[in-house]
Design a protein around this ligand. Structure first.
Ligand code: RAM
Length: 337
């Protein structure tokens, strides 16, 4: 009884002394609120990242994950959502950005209000976040996709890229690497004839893929550096009766690609573990909320069961290399993501 009174008194003093709103809010009775803002809802890749976010939250304890995003991948939709998250006084925002620059003013506003902002997957420009977590090294991801396409078509012929939205930070970075890679002498017989954008919407991606196939009759490969685009391109190739003539590759989820590997529209594709990516981004966000991580070049940030990552001069860090999937292993991984 006595102890209880002392605790109550101490708590009262704490409040009267103005212990800080944040402390009270993030205290024992109030979980740390981490909002995961994805490019758009209904994308299996982000559903897997959400699974990882929930895993991090339950491992850490006292963390509530708010999973949200616009219905179509636009910066405007994300800005509206972030405005509302600022009003809700979340502790951190973990975002995969639809545009590197358009989001900076609103994420800066969030940071000014004490909200930690971590971008993951598709980055916000350096001034608008504490840290960017890349799934892997951008050079590796870009080069890998050219290597896979070259292998499938014997190093010779026309290829096209079916991307996500035109402003997506991650896809644009990888496309930049792909174009540079194509300048290497070993790829001199590969010709990039078009780059189109399906906005990570199944129907638009499908229409764009059909458009590519019809306007480029000599096309040999479509590279889709998006899990939504690669499914749509595979379906378009099958529907046009071009399996064995046009090969699709890029970045896909084994769970969504197994059927297309079986049909022969795809021989090989790559991806990293999206569950791990969502887990690591959420874990890192909590480290910033708790004041255990610093937004500085060379700073080490713990990412829980995955160890730690180190921030480069641009405030970016990367997880491991992507994996390659084909007929031999796709079914096994299809059970995971
Ligand atoms: C889509 C999204 C995401 C990207 C993956 C590969 O799901 O565009 O940002 O990382 O594809």
């Amino acid at each position: 009884m006595k102890i209880k009174n002392i605790l109550l008194a101490a708590a009262a003093v704490g409040i009267l002394a103005g212990c800080g709103e944040k402390k009270t809010e993030a205290g024992a009775n109030h979980p740390v609120k981490i909002a995961m803002v994805v490019k758009s809802l209904g994308n299996g890749f982000f559903d897997a990242a959400h699974t990882g976010a929930r895993e991090a939250a339950s491992q850490i304890g006292g963390v509530e994950v708010i999973y949200t995003g616009p219905t179509t991948p636009s910066a405007e939709g994300q800005i509206e959502i972030i405005n509302s998250l600022i009003s809700q006084k979340v502790d951190a925002i973990v975002i995969s950005a639809n545009d590197p620059n358009a989001l900076v003013p609103i994420t800066k506003k969030a940071m000014q209000r004490g909200i930690k902002v971590i971008s993951f997957d598709s980055g916000v420009a350096a001034g608008g976040r504490q840290m960017q977590l890349n799934p892997s090294n951008a050079e590796l991801i870009g080069e890998k996709q050219i290597q896979m396409a070259a292998k499938e078509i014997g190093g010779k012929g026309e290829l096209a890229i079916l991307s996500a939205s035109a402003q997506a930070t991650n896809q644009n970075t990888w496309i930049g690497v792909m174009k540079k890679t194509l300048e290497k002498p070993e790829y001199k017989d590969l010709k990039l004839v078009a780059t189109v954008y399906g906005d990570d919407q199944s129907d638009k991606s499908y229409r764009e893929a059909i458009g590519l196939l019809r306007s480029h009759p000599n096309l040999k490969a479509i590279i889709a550096p998006t899990t939504v685009g690669i499914v749509a391109a595979s379906k378009a190739v099958a529907d046009e009766g071009l399996v064995g003539k046009v090969f699709v590759t890029g970045l896909g989820l084994p769970s969504e690609m197994a059927g297309h590997v079986k049909s022969g529209a795809v021989r090989e594709f790559a991806i990293w573990n999206p569950i791990d990516l969502g887990y690591a981004a959420t874990y890192a966000a909590n480290e910033f909320v708790k004041g255990k991580a610093k937004s500085e070049t060379g700073a080490s940030v713990s990412v829980g069961r995955l160890g730690s990552v180190t921030l480069d001069a641009n405030g970016e860090a990367a997880l491991g290399p992507p994996f390659t999937y084909n007929a031999e292993n796709v079914e096994k991984f299809a059970k995971l993501f």
